[in-house]
Design a binder for this molecule. Structure first.
Ligand SMILES: CC(C)(COP(=O)(O)OP(=O)(O)OC[C@H]1O[C@@H](n2cnc3c(N)ncnc32)[C@H](O)[C@@H]1OP(=O)(O)O)[C@@H](O)C(=O)NCCC(=O)NCCS
Length: 138
């Protein structure tokens, strides 16, 4: 994934239920993310058109995947699997062997996908978030 992919990705993120788009998904923020996590985020292209993507980063201990999507026209062909496996392979190469993904409540197809990929639903953890300075779409 490159910063030049941002406009196409944003359009896909915004039109795909199951992907939550925030202020943190603007061009500058995504550029910063890609600079900070080089070689960990990927797009899938068909004939030069972006048809999928995934972002990944790490904090030195755990990996974090986000914004996985495959265009409806291209689902069921193993593209989602390839995108995830690229991320986890690159993270493993950096010594990061455990990663997390947040799935929006009610996104059952995504839950099915992640479990088919071998990811475990956690019942022992609840995520809490804090927004410094407030803001409603951070
Ligand atoms: C989730 C998503 C990325 C899957 O992409 P995809 O390219 O269709 O997935 P793949 O073809 O690589 O499927 C990989 C595995 O997951 C399984 N799978 C995929 N979608 C599934 C579904 N809806 N229900 C059950 N299993 C599913 C496949 O059967 C396959 O299993 P297999 O390899 O054992 O045969 C795609 O449906 C999508 O973009 N959804 C909307 C956005 C979204 O919800 N993203 C996730 C945010 S957490």
């Amino acid at each position: 994934m490159r910063t030049t992919d941002h406009a196409a990705l944003l359009a896909l993120w915004q039109s795909t239920p199951g992907v939550s788009v925030r202020d943190a998904d603007g061009y500058e923020a995504v550029s910063r993310y890609l600079d900070r996590n080089p070689g960990l985020s990927f797009v899938a292209e068909d004939d030069g058109r972006i048809v999928g993507g995934i972002m990944a980063g790490h904090d030195g201990r755990r990996g974090y995947l986000q914004h996985l999507l495959v265009a409806e026209s291209h689902r069921g062909q193993g593209i989602g699997r390839q995108l995830v496996e690229r991320c986890t392979a690159q993270l493993a190469a950096l010594g990061i062997h455990k990663s997390h993904i947040d799935v929006l409540s009610g996104n059952e197809p995504a839950l099915q996908f992640w479990q088919a990929m071998g990811w475990q639903v956690r019942s022992d953890i609840q995520r809490l978030s804090f927004i410094a300075g407030g803001g409603s779409n951070v």
